[in-house]
Design a protein around this ligand. Structure first.
Ligand SMILES: [Zn+2]
Ligand SMILES: [Zn+2]
Length: 329
């Protein structure tokens, strides 16, 4: 498939640890769907497909179990952001040969090294292919020893030194743009207990901002200081919304934010589309639906309030990301 734009695909949107609802919970969920089918007046099996198509994907199948892994593609380039458990499925797609970029070189940007962002790396199959080039990028100068450590026995059976691929490490300067293929990437610091660097990816006049994991403790332009450009004039922003707004007070310094904080930034800085993620491992479909409702209430209140004050706000498209979601910019 040829691309003429910036394409972002989410291979993992869960935070902290891979997590799915339990079989019993799925059972109840499916029971609800079947009830919904009959309540909608359907009686015939031929109507099942139509009924499912009328529902949003996560309402049927949930938001996914895998942790953070995002693929950004441009006509000439591919960048993988973080190696959470979602990278295994991306790896399978690469190995299936159904995609142009089966032989690399591969580029993986690491925001930070918490478990949920590295746990999938040993399952990225190109590591095991002779002569395939795998490039790692991070601001952290200790990146190489951290990646080597993930493959260390007895945590993983194949030591890093035995990997036949050509693995290279590129330490990036904070806030300095770098070219990868035909895209420009610039790391900016997020608000997280261990240093975490978000990323702005630009191609063809479009900008993607990757802001996971962050607590969003710095919100004003003054506080954001040199990291403000990560949030300005963005076409698509991926923002940490692990918690509800009231939960934030109890979880100070845990390093995660809420959708309302992201929306405030979006309204002020002209962000066109917000996607919220890093879903809590304990969050069921219902929990995320509840958070969506709270976010909608806040969004409507902000729009209405601004209108009444004679300073209408530009609309911001927003949603909660789920595994497999693809956005074209
Ligand atoms: Zn995380
Ligand atoms: Zn983290």
């Amino acid at each position: 498939m040829s691309l003429s734009h910036l394409n972002v695909k989410y291979w993992g949107t869960r935070g902290s640890i891979p997590s799915s609802m339990q079989p019993g919970e799925w059972s109840l969920h499916f029971e609800g769907l079947v009830r919904g089918f009959f309540s909608a007046g359907h009686r015939d099996p031929s109507q099942v497909q139509k009924y499912f198509d009328s529902l949003e994907i996560p309402i049927v199948g949930g938001y996914g179990a895998s942790t953070t892994c995002v693929e950004v593609e441009t006509p000439q380039g591919q960048l993988i952001i973080d190696g959470g458990s979602g990278i295994r499925q991306l790896s399978e797609r690469i190995m299936s040969g159904t995609h142009a970029r089966a032989k690399g070189p591969f580029h993986i940007y690491m925001t930070h090294f918490h478990w949920d962002h590295v746990i999938g790396l040993p399952f990225f199959t190109p590591h095991f292919l002779p002569n395939v080039q795998v490039n790692y990028y991070a601001v952290h100068p200790e990146m190489e020893s951290l990646i080597r450590g993930i493959f260390r026995k007895p945590y993983f059976p194949v030591p890093f030194e035995s990997l036949p691929s050509k693995i290279r490490f590129h330490t990036l300067e904070p806030r300095q743009p770098v070219r990868i293929d035909d895209m420009t990437i610039t790391p900016y610091q997020l608000d997280h207990p261990d240093p975490c660097w978000g990323l702005k990816v630009e191609y063809g006049g479009k900008a993607y901002a990757h802001c996971v994991d962050t607590e969003g403790t710095r919100v004003t332009r003054e506080d954001l200081g040199p990291d403000l450009p990560l949030y300005q004039n963005i076409d698509l922003m991926y923002y940490d919304a692990q918690y509800t707004f009231p939960e934030l007070a109890d979880k100070a310094n845990w390093g995660h934010s809420a959708a309302q904080i992201g929306l405030d930034i979006a309204f002020r800085e002209n962000v066109k589309h917000m996607l919220f993620a890093h879903h809590d491992p304990g969050a069921s479909i219902q929990t995320i639906q509840d958070i969506r409702r709270q976010t909608q209430e806040y969004y409507s209140w902000r729009i209405q309030n601004a209108k009444e004050n004679g300073q209408p706000l530009p609309p911001v498209k927003w949603g909660f990301a789920y595994e497999g979601l693809e956005v074209k910019l």
